[in-house]
Design a protein around this ligand. Structure first.
Ligand SMILES: [Mn+2]
Length: 353
């Protein structure tokens, strides 16, 4: 299979590294570095270490820190790695990864006055013209993929955790392989065969840490939920919860509710949050059902409301009794040909009284 990088590119990089005099080589990423940039930088660091005969000082640089998920990856896979959040002023040459403009380099753009290499996959790259060596492949789904190919050609044997990092970089930029190409799978196969841990990479990227308060809100919200029928075809879930309403409503919709509503008691106010499932939305064509219901609440009860077809909210300027809320919902849907029936009332009315 033809990969994005050619052996000749790898040779150019080797010559460039071998031609460097003693001193400090830096690896620069775009500001607020994402997992693709960080994985590429760590991969390049391994290449530089392996190709440098003279002991070289290698620094990894960014500006405006790291993205949250990059921090998490670093914590788990390379906790000893130092990422410097500025130009330390001692770089004699730089490898710039996953970056296409001086603006993206931000405070690191001063590095462009010294010799540099560019490895990138962005559509257009403004840095390659002045570069000593550039490996710019807009068709590649990630820079990590290009760096992995360089590691492969140069027969570098990196720490397996760096290979796991590169897998994470690829997964991130391909949106968990949705944007993968045949080359991506070839590189992934190589990375996993050589010690990269696919499962670990995907777990770190996809496991969202949920706060204890969100867990409690979700469980409370679910346990109080009242269930209603709209004709025979749709299920309405209404609950009373004062925090993390979005998370509670997401859980209700994922559990199969067609429309989910959270009521929150506020001092002298009532907040109503609404979610509508994709399948229920289709029944109303272009009518933005959630925002219309929010506006309906605001009009009937006094306050403001708005949002989108599937997600909306209203803030009412007074305490509203749950019975009144249910009456308004029933009236709104009656006009659309639905009659509201009770499946199980739950405890939401007591909680929100
Ligand atoms: Mn990228």
């Amino acid at each position: 299979m033809n990969l994005s990088v050619e052996p000749a590119d790898a040779e150019k990089l080797r010559k460039w590294v071998e031609g460097l005099s003693e001193g400090t080589v830096c690896v620069a990423m775009h500001r607020n570095a994402d997992p693709d940039a960080l994985a590429s930088a760590l991969g390049i660091k391994e290449i530089l270490q392996s190709l440098s005969h003279k002991k070289k000082n290698i620094l990894i640089l960014t500006s405006e820190g790291l993205e949250q998920v990059s921090k998490k990856l670093l914590e788990v896979l390379a906790p000893q790695t130092e990422v410097i959040n500025d130009n330390p002023g001692e770089c004699d040459a730089t490898v710039i990864v996953d970056t296409s403009t001086p603006q993206q380099l931000n405070r690191l753009s001063s590095l462009l006055s010294k010799p540099y290499v560019v490895i990138d996959h962005h559509e257009v790259n403004d840095l390659i013209e002045e570069a000593d060596v550039s490996i710019h492949r807009p068709t590649a789904a990630s820079t990590s993929e290009l760096v992995a190919e360089l590691i492969m050609y140069l027969k570098v044997r990196p720490d397996p955790r760096v290979l796991t990092f590169l897998i994470a970089g690829i997964l991130y930029d391909t949106r968990i392989l949705r944007l993968a190409s045949p080359e991506t799978f070839a590189v992934m196969a190589w990375l996993t065969e050589n010690g990269g841990d696919y499962r670990k990479a995907i777990n770190i990227l996809t496991l969202r840490e949920v706060s204890r308060s969100e867990v409690i809100a979700r469980l409370k919200g679910l346990s109080r939920t009242g269930l209603y029928r709209l004709n025979k075809e749709a299920i309405l879930a209404v609950t009373c919860i004062g925090a993390h309403e979005s998370a509670v409503l997401k859980a209700l919709i994922e559990a199969g509710a067609d429309i989910a509503i959270a009521v929150a008691k506020r001092p002298n106010a009532t907040r109503i949050t609404i979610r509508v499932s994709q399948s229920f939305l289709k029944k109303f064509g272009s009518e933005p059902i959630a925002s219309n219901l929010a506006l309906h609440f605001a009009k009937e009860l006094g306050g403001s409301g708005g949002g989108h077809a599937g997600a909306a909210g209203a803030l009412i300027n007074s305490h509203v009794s749950p019975k009144q809320i249910l009456k308004i919902i029933a009236r709104f849907f009656t006009r659309k040909g639905y009659s509201l029936g009770i499946l199980e009332e739950g405890r939401w009315m007591e909680e929100c009284e």
